[in-house]
Each structure stands twice: as C-alpha cells, then as structure tokens.
Design a protein around this ligand. Sequence first.
Ligand code: APR
Ligand code: PHB
Length: 448
Amino acid sequence: MLGDMRTQVAIIGAGPAGLVLGQLLANAGVESVIVENRSRDYVEARQRAGVLEQGTVELLRENGVGQRLDREALRHDGIYLQWPGTRHHLDFPDLCGRSVWIYGQTEVVKDLVAARLTAGLPLYFDVSDTAVQDVETDRPSVAFLDADGNAQRIECDLIAGCDGFHGVTRPAIPESSSRTWQRDYPYGWLGILAQAPPSTDELIYAWHPNGFALNSMRSPTITRLYLQVGLDENVADWSDDRIWTELTTRLGHPEWELTTGPILDKGITPMRSFVSEPMRYGRLFLAGDAAHIVPPTGAKGLNLAVADAKLLADAVIASYGSARSGPRRARTLVGTADSVPPGPATSAGRGRGPGAARTLVGTAGSVRPGPATSAGGGQELLDAYPETALRRVWRCTHFSWWMTSMLHIEGRDPFARELQLAQLRYLSTSRAAAVSLAENYTGLPYGW
Ligand code: APR
Ligand code: PHB
C-alpha cells in the first residue's frame, strides 16, 4: 500500500541535526516530517560526545527543550591543558565571556524526541529504503518503507539531508557537481564510560609521550575517558586494568588521583576530517555529519550539526515568510521534554510510525505555499545557506584539526613534539592565544 503525504520540509535522519531542525521549524509554524532508519531505543542510546557550546544551550532553551538540561547539565567555565609537570587552567568566562555545558548528545536527542512526539509531530522510526527523488525540480519527494514495510512517499517543498556520514542524501548529489576534502588521522580514540565520580572539576586534555588522554564526564557519578591508540589496536586487547594503568600514567599529575570504577562501555573510534561541497543541490539541503565530519578533539561535531540546523531553519522560515501567505506562527513552543521523562516505550514513539502524526500531514488544508522560488523576498538566506554554513564548517574543521594535531603523538618525530609543547606553553602564557582557543571551544556566534 502506497501512502502519500505532503509536508513543507521532509527531514531525513533523527540525529541532532534533523531533530533540532524539526524543532525550530515547528516553533515557527513550518511543518516537517522526520524519517529515521534506526529505532528510537537505538538513537537514544548511542554514545557520542557530551560538550555543548553556550550557543547550543541557549538555542535549546529558547526552543523549549532546555528544562532537563537546566536541571542536569554541568556548566564548565574552562578546561585544563596538561603536559608532563604542568596542568594549566583556561578560564573561559574571563577569556571570552562564555562557558560550555556537559550534557550527553544522547540526552539532547532524548529531549528532542520527547518534545516532538508529545507535540504529536511526525517522526517515523525504523524506516528502510529511504530515497530522495526529483530534487532538481520544485516537487521533490522522499520515498521510504515504514516500520510495517508499507511504501510511503512524502511530497515536500524541501528535503533536509540530516542522515549523517553514511546516509543517502550526500550520494544523491552527482559527483560531477560535488567536491570533497578528507584527512584520516593515523590514530583513534579508545573511549570508556565508567561508573566513577569525575576526578576533576573540568575536562583535562593531556599531552603525553605515550599518547593523548582526555578526562571527561557525563554526570556527578559517570566519568568518560579517552586514550589515543593506534589504528590497528583491538579493543579486546585492552583489559580494564590495562586501560586504568594507561590512563593513570597519561593523566598523572602530582597530588592528584584518578578515580576508577566499573567500566560500563568500551569502544575504539577512528578520527577523520571530512568536508563535502555543496551543502545544497536543487531542493536538497545537507546539514550535520551528512556534509562534514570533524575529529572529536574540541567537541565540535554535535555543535556544528546544531549550527547547520539553526542556519537552515532560519533560511527556510524566512523563505516561507516571504511567500504571500506563509505559515501561521506557532502560538506555543514545542517543548515538553520535562513532562515526558525519557523512559519506557510509548506506542506513538517506539518502533512504529507516529500515531497522531498522520492527521498533520496529507490533508489539503495543511498544504502551504512553497518557499519563494525566484530571487528576492526571503529566498536570499536559502541561497546563501551553502556558503554561510561552510564558513563555520571550515572554521570548526580547522579548530578540530589544530587541537588534534597539538595533542596527539604522531610517529617518533622529536621536532614535532617540541612544536606541540611550544604551542601548549604559548597557550598557557599568552592571553591572545588562550582567547583564541576559548572563543572557538565555547563556540563562535551563529552567522559568524
Ligand atoms: N534514512 C533515514 N535515516 C537515516 C538514513 C537513511 N537512509 N541514514 C542514516 N540515518 C540516520 C541515522 O540513523 C542517524 O540517526 O540519520 C541520523 C544521523 O544522525 P547523526 O549521525 O547523529 O548526525 P547529525 O545529526 O548530523 O549529528 C552529528 O552526531 O555523529 C555525531 O559526532 C557527531 O556529534 C556529531 C553529531
Ligand atoms: C566527551 O565527553 O565525550 C568529549 C569531551 C570533549 C571532547 C571530546 C569528547 O573534546
């Protein structure tokens, strides 16, 4: 059975980019349908980074999904940079007037999913065979099989490709029209989640001759720690004892002790920088990991996905605003994460497609005029999106590459090591250098 729906924006992927975009559009009265090929349980359990820039926190708050974050996130006013014999604190409010918040990406995703489902907005989990169609025309569509295997098609004004690095939207742009840049780093991170209170008040980024180590956290009882490892390393060769011994060595500092505890999760991830251009092809717009990947040092991945979603949402909203009868403004914010604690499955949310969702799409009354198509009106922001978004992408790509290169040991080159240490000492003695790190780490303003 083929089900046809009509919406304004079809969003592929319910990661941070797709969910934030859906939230911002809903709050401005623009309709969207999100399709996600994983289950709700899966997307809410995936272990990812956990540092939110101030701008990300403000955006989530302003859009009705900041209640649990305000209760549970830990505000951090700086980080420590460490190398043997020195642990130097950078004070972000002093350096740039901003802070960061510790709150797992999984928690952000849970809050956004809960807000969307509580508002009865369409979010299809467990879809398969997602395909984008006719993106070069003004009647693009997304085809997919829903959780029950029924063929569905969403006709829309625009498609947002928020389906991550392995999605289907970036490959839908012909190779002849695209360009990519990639750097694979010759090391990865072994990451663990441990049932142990953090042994530090703020994150420690440690340079060590054995390799980089990072002491992070998720909550007052859960520590997140990382070790630089070779690409050929197998996680099975890393016993809990070996991990704690190596962390203790690399993070070691006089009169300081690393708290240990049961390891709850263990995994190795490779590190890569990747940028794909253009971020727009016809009526297909890419956001987040679908268009770019940064290595995790500096925690930019999630924040960059949110920044893309914000830019794209502003552009889409402006484009409808310019049409003669644009969407009505939403009277209330979509945001009830507070009233729906993440937890057991609800029939609307887990596994199956949305229950109430179908009443919101596919009715003639809900079809609104498409975005302005000719130059002028609110079209400029949409036209500018690929360029505006890429400016920030390349800034964050540089920052993540720079932090990574400064802190990781590559080969046995003594010259490279001295350069890294010279840079770390410079950051600890020059306010100008420290300000530069602080403003990038806490996040440059949107539209930068
Ligand atoms: N159809 C539907 N959904 C898809 C498809 C598809 N063909 N392919 C992928 N997806 C889904 C994935 O299952 C995932 O839930 O798209 C979502 C993309 O989410 P993310 O990978 O989290 O990407 P993004 O939203 O851009 O967020 C980037 O996530 O990977 C981390 O470190 C990264 O923090 C960064 C952030
Ligand atoms: C994390 O807590 O997962 C984390 C923190 C800081 C980073 C990268 C990852 O730079």
